[in-house]
Design a binder for this molecule. Sequence first.
Ligand code: GLY
Length: 373
Amino acid sequence: MISLESAFQRSLFEHALEFAGRQIGNLVERYPDFYPMYTKEGRWKHELPAWTHWCDGFLPGMMWILAGREAPGGWRDLAIRYSRPLEPRQFDRDVHDLGFIFMSTYYRWLELTGDAALKNVLVQAGRTMGLRFKEKGEYLRSFVSDDSLFIDIMMNVGVVFYAARETGDEQLRDLAMRHCLTTRRVLVRGDGSTAHEGLFDLETGEFLKQSTQQGFRGDSCWSRGLAWALYGFGTSYNYSGDPRFLRTAEACADFYLAHTPTDGVPPWDYDAPPESRALVDTSAAAIAASGLLQLSKLSTDPIRGRLYDAAARRVLETLCSDHLAESDPVWEGILKGGVYHIHKKLGVNESVMWGEYFFVEALDRALETTTAP
Ligand code: GLY
């Protein structure tokens, strides 16, 4: 029997996906072949800086998700048009984001079409990421500097595991494992909260201190960083089978559930001072929802699995009911209330491309297991 709750969720999530498809279609029509990052007052095109170029996979990534839900045709052709120009970035050594760029695009493309030539691009992207590895300290360095490790890189180590698996390269796998173990040791705290950045002594490889670029403070918990960790350690467990990564993902998920308001959408930083505490980050919520849905399938404890699944659906219900841009006819994004870089005043309380992508991914994942009426 179909419960009223699951029928309600299904129609809410389907409606949100339809709206997402319309907004993406409008974006393509209004700004053809433009790869946006965050809005300014709801508009994708503006003169504000990017800080770093890590988001170009998210627009085609959403197109691939939508393509997976229909017969070959419209979305697939568009997804190819927007994915192909990213190919040279398989060699890009300036960013630590090749997982974001290629797992959202080439990986989905390969999965959908089985075109084996696409695998070479993914493998090269994984090898390029591997070149960021610092032997002293044992981590993949952030784009900022050699001595810096970001929690965000947990979302990009997956492409390194992928390349190692597909090529049987044990050395590559080993450095992906060591990166995860270092991140777990220095950026994930005993209570499951996370630091954004870790700094190392380049001479000795010694870990020096927790720091931040986008969070409130080095000792605070930036909510998007927590969501990256929750999701990324789940992915790393999936590739490696190492139970330490599952336990870490669960600890981060448990912190998220214990410290986020009951509607499921966290403040931009859990330790933000009173004057900015009311500012939420819906992108952190979208990432957490998708990561929780993944974790609900990975958890070996069925009770935890059900808890994570229910929590993810609750987050999605709130995003669909309270944060969709649908009622604002001039807003060009899908989800309002994302935060990019509060200190640089970039994309604060705006739509952000990664929020859009993980929201669409989470809706798609939730609909796979929501009983069809
Ligand atoms: N640089 C990744 C993020 O803003 O979360």
